[in-house]
Design a protein around this ligand. Structure first.
Ligand code: ADP
Length: 682
């Protein structure tokens, strides 16, 4: 995986996680992988199964309870009414019995009789009248003049029976339909010694009895009636309306001689289910519970899905961390190490347990570059981080190795920076390969230079031949001069001949030296180079190449060019290669076309400005299929060509941060162009 791709992956990795999170990832993954007990859902289902019948049973039970309560209340109230009636009748019996004693001790007379009974009648409104009957049942006194239904024979008989039995008892006088209301008679036979002297008779209106004895609040809620032993209705009170027959009660009202029953019938209907507050709240709560259960279930499902995704991601990341060859190191904002991956530990030869939690200076810092580390760390902690830099680390055994470090901020889920994440590449191997490559390249360039010289050998021989021949003829001339009369030797001419010979020898030496400098193997060396001077200095060599092919050369060099920072010899080699190719391309061209033009200009529109060199020929040009492979090593269309020239030229230009291109010459032939950044120090 390329370093940039790893770095990108790591950046994304960091965004979603903090170092602590990564650290805890193995624990979390273990916790997450724990299987949930299968009875968890069983328990929930069981609870639901129990819950719903309970919810349905509760309102029903509540209704039943209320119903029972109403019934019990009715029974208690009816009992209370019965007790009240019984108590009132008992009090009246006592008053009548007291009167009986008075009557037995002496006849009181009508006036006194009435006066005596006035308070009794006033206190008991249900008591209509009290009569004093003679021994034959004849009315002697009446407490008031309220008309009563005539007592029939059977009633008289009853009175006499009472007298015969000598006991007090009640009689019932049922009312007639549409006529009088039912009466209850109480008769107390009065004896003077053993002699029966008459009967005291109290007449009660049953309807008044209900009205007086039954409290209004009870009458409001209930229909209350008095029935006889045959269940015949004697009287009824229903102030609040007729009873509904849902809550009813029957209470016997046993009186001496008469059996009556008190019947109550509530006007209340059965408790309704929905208006019941309890039911309402239970239903509401159940719905709320159902909703929360559903929401909980949904939430749990979401969480489970998130957990699964998280688990997958954690396994994926753990695998990724462990398989990475790139070292990973996370540091908090104070520079303390919070995480390292296995590759990092392997790289520095220190276990993770020892590294995590460690603060600077780190054991993998090489002492000789300690200052640089400290400086970089303080820059990183200030947030001034260079995205990538190279440095040297030391392994546990003291071995140094070069590393390439990519540093980027570590951001937690809330977007807050928690530290820095660094990915580190051990570039020892890369360095070795680069060194090897460079050496190879240098060797190749040297060989290429030798090859160029080899190709130029005959031209060189020819070129050296000229000064040598000149030296030879000058020295011959000088010798000839010396062979004459010693006095007549023309010293001025001799001096001139020797000077010319010396100049030719220097020229030959110059040619040899330039060949030597060009060919000798050397390390690249950058210096400020003026391309004008450079091209002018190789111009003689170019001419040497051009002459055998009858190619003329035109230089078109701008005077005020800025220098470039370059290796002079490499550039000379490029120019010589390109011009040689250009000359060779014009080998078969018409004589008027054999023109090599070298243009050097400045492109000031770019930053930095570029010095442009164009080698323009009017040769056979480059077909498209050749154009595609032009820069491939060992590609040549020439029988004797090595095919390395353009490849070396391009490497050399790119080594200087420039660009080598070619295009068709509109006038026929090819234009090779290279650009080099102008030096800022110019
Ligand atoms: P060589 O010159 O040894 O063949 P080069 O790498 O210098 O190797 O050139 C590769 C090929 O590119 C040449 O064989 C030639 O076909 C083509 N070429 C290079 N320069 C020119 C040019 N100026 N005009 C036409 N063809 C060229």
């Amino acid at each position: 995986m390329p370093a940039a791709a790893v770095h990108y992956a790591l950046l994304h990795f960091e965004k979603a996680s903090t170092p602590m999170m990564i650290h805890a990832s193995s624990k979390l993954s273990a916790a997450l992988s724990g299987r949930r007990p299968p009875w968890r859902w069983l328990a929930v289902t069981l609870l639901m199964v129990l819950f719903f019948p309970t919810v349905l049973w509760l309102p029903w039970q509540a209704q039943r309870l209320e119903s029972n309560e109403r019934q019990e209340q009715l029974i208690a109230d009816t009992l209370w009414v019965e007790q009240t009636i019984r108590f009132q009748l008992g009090r009246d019996e006592e008053s009548i019995s007291l009167l009986a004693t008075e009557v037995a001790s002496g006849q009181p007379g009508l006036k006194k009789f009435r006066e005596r009974l006035l308070p009794v009648l006033r206190n008991s409104r249900e008591l209509l009248r009290i009569d004093w009957l003679g021994p034959q049942g004849k009315l002697i006194y009446a407490s008031n003049d309220i008309a009563l239904p005539e007592l029939g024979d059977s009633d008289t008989n009853l009175s006499s029976t009472a007298a015969n039995n000598k006991i007090a008892r009640y009689f019932l006088l049922p009312g007639r339909p549409g006529g009088t209301s039912s009466l209850l008679l109480y008769e107390l036979p009065v004896f003077k010694g053993a002699d029966y002297i008459g009967t005291l008779r109290a007449s009660y209106s049953l309807s008044l009895l209900l009205e007086e004895m039954v409290p209004w609040w009870f009458a409001q809620d209930n229909e209350i009636s008095i029935v006889d032993a045959d269940d015949t209705l004697l009287t009824r009170r229903s102030a609040g309306g007729s009873g509904r027959g849902i809550y009813t009660h029957r209470r016997p009202l046993e009186l001496p001689g008469v059996t009556l029953s008190l019947r109550t019938n509530s006007i209340k209907s059965a408790p309704k289910l929905l208006p019941n507050l309890l039911v309402g709240s239970v239903v509401l709560l159940s719905l709320g519970l159902l909703w929360s259960l559903w929401a909980l279930w949904r939430d749990i499902n979401r969480r489970i899905a998130a957990e699964v995704a998280l688990r997958q991601q954690i396994s994926f990341r753990t695998a990724m961390e462990n398989s990475l060859l790139t070292g990973l190191r996370a540091r908090d904002l104070t520079g303390r190490v919070t995480y390292v991956n296995p590759a990092f530990c392997q790289m520095v030869g220190i276990p993770a347990e020892q590294l995590v939690g460690m603060a600077p200076p780190m054991p993998y810092w090489a002492p000789e570059v300690m200052d640089a580390y400290q400086q970089r760390l303080s820059q990183v902690l200030q947030g001034k981080v260079a995205p990538q830099h190279e440095t040297v680390f030391q392994r546990a055994n003291g071995e140094r190795f070069p590393v390439l470090i990519f540093e980027s901020p570590l951001v937690d889920a809330s977007g807050k920076q928690t530290g820095w994440m660094g990915s580190l590449l051990d570039i020892s191997d890369r360095r070795r390969v680069e060194d090897l490559n460079r050496q190879q390249q240098e060797k190749l360039q040297a060989s290429a230079r030798l090859a160029t010289m080899g190709e130029m050998a005959s031209t060189l021989a020819h070129e050296l031949n000229q000064p040598l021949a000149a030296i030879s003829s000058y020295t011959t001339g000088a010798l000839n001069l010396l062979e004459g009369e010693p006095d007549k030797i023309d010293t001025a001419m001799l001096k001139q001949a020797l000077e010319k010979a010396s100049a030719q020898a220097q020229r030959a030496g110059q040619i040899i030296r330039s060949v030597h400098t060009f060919v000798k193997k050397r390390e690249p060396m950058r210096e400020l180079v003026s391309l004008k001077t450079l091209i002018e200095s190789v111009a003689p060599l170019i001419e040497m190449q051009a002459r055998p092919f009858f190619v003329s050369m035109i230089l078109n060099i701008r005077a005020d060019l800025p220098p470039v920072l370059a290796d002079r010899v490499l550039l000379e080699q490029v120019v010589l290669n390109l011009t040689r190719n250009a000359v060779e391309a014009m080998r078969d061209a018409a004589s008027e076309k054999r023109m090599l033009r070298i243009v050097v200009r400045l492109d000031a529109d770019t930053l930095p400005p570029q010095v442009i060199v164009e080698i323009i020929d009017r040769g056979h040009g480059i077909p498209d299929e050749v154009s595609e492979r032009l820069f491939s090593p060992f590609f040549s269309t020439k029988a004797e060509g090595m095919g390395m020239g353009l490849n070396i030229c391009r490497s050399a230009i790119e080594f200087h941060g420039g660009l080598l291109t070619h295009r068709h010459n509109p006038q026929g032939g090819t234009v090779f162009q290279f650009s080099l950044p102008a030096s800022e120090t110019a």
